[in-house]
Design a protein around this ligand. Structure first.
Ligand SMILES: O=C[C@H](O)COP(=O)(O)O
Length: 251
């Protein structure tokens, strides 16, 4: 049985003061015991969040990490080993905003994924199609290629200690959500692709849905058989809303 997971990606939001407020809100949440909860603050605020959430069952992750596992001459980057040292458990790999705006390609993402795992971080691989790709019937082809890149490079076993987030780009921050059935169809295809290589890995890996998830649509989405929780953007910046989404995952 897979444990559900709700992850809050704060993206490039927050000041020390607003983060302190959000931490305070999170500390007061009653969280369901069967759900793994994690937040992904900007790197600048990771120490503050790790300290502020001590004793609370919320893990902390980073939104990005370097292609090299250990420290070195890589100006401006933060290594997975530094993130572990700071108290992180997870790292996002290949969020569509980084694929699109930073030009991150599969080869780079394979290295980031491997480097994260080498340090004991759990990578959350983000995959998903653009509106144009969906409208031209290429959704499954695109998602399969993004997933296949890691399988080819690192082997399907790499997903024994990883999470996958399916995020249709057209649903991110737009208020448009994939219908539960649209999301389920893609999640089922992802699991089938993994199962073709290794059914145990396929059954064990958690597949999160991301894209305009709110408390109001979470129950229906998380009720689908291959949706094991969510990667939440905007709604994770409000502790009460985030708490309600976590409770929806616990139903
Ligand atoms: O990482 C989170 C996703 O990009 C979803 O963002 P959103 O909930 O604001 O649409």
């Amino acid at each position: 049985m897979r444990r559900t997971m709700v992850a809050g990606n704060w993206k490039m939001h927050g000041t020390r003061a607003s983060v302190a407020e959000l931490i305070n809100g999170l500390r007061h949440l009653a969280l369901p015991s069967g759900v793994d909860v994690a937040v992904f603050p900007p790197c600048l605020h990771i120490n503050q969040v790790v300290d502020g959430l001590k004793g609370k069952s919320i893990q902390v992750g980073a939104q990005n990490s370097a292609v090299e596992p250990m420290q070195g001459a890589l100006t401006g980057e933060i290594s997975p080993s530094q993130l572990v040292d700071a108290g992180c458990s997870y790292v996002l790999v290949g969020h569509s905003e980084r694929r699109q705006m930073m030009g991150e390609r599969d080869g780079t993402l394979n290295r980031k994924f491997a480097a994260a795992q080498a340090c004991g971080l759990i990578p959350v691989l983000c995959i998903g199609e653009t509106l144009e790709q969906r409208e031209s019937g290429k959704t499954l082809e695109v998602v399969s290629r993004q997933l296949g890149s890691i399988i080819e490079e690192l082997g399907v076993g790499a997903f024994a200690k990883a999470v996958i987030a399916y995020e249709p780009v057209w649903a991110i921050g737009t208020g448009l959500t994939a219908t539960p059935q649209q999301a389920q169809d893609v999640h089922a295809a992802i699991r089938a692709q993994l199962a073709a290589e290794n059914s145990e890995v396929a059954q064990g890996v958690r597949l999160l849905y991301g894209g305009s998830v709110k408390a109001a649509n979470a129950v229906e989405l998380f009720g689908m058989p291959d949706i094991d929780g969510g990667l939440i953007g905007g709604a994770s910046l409000n502790a009460d809303e985030f708490g309600a989404i976590c409770r929806a995952a616990g139903n």
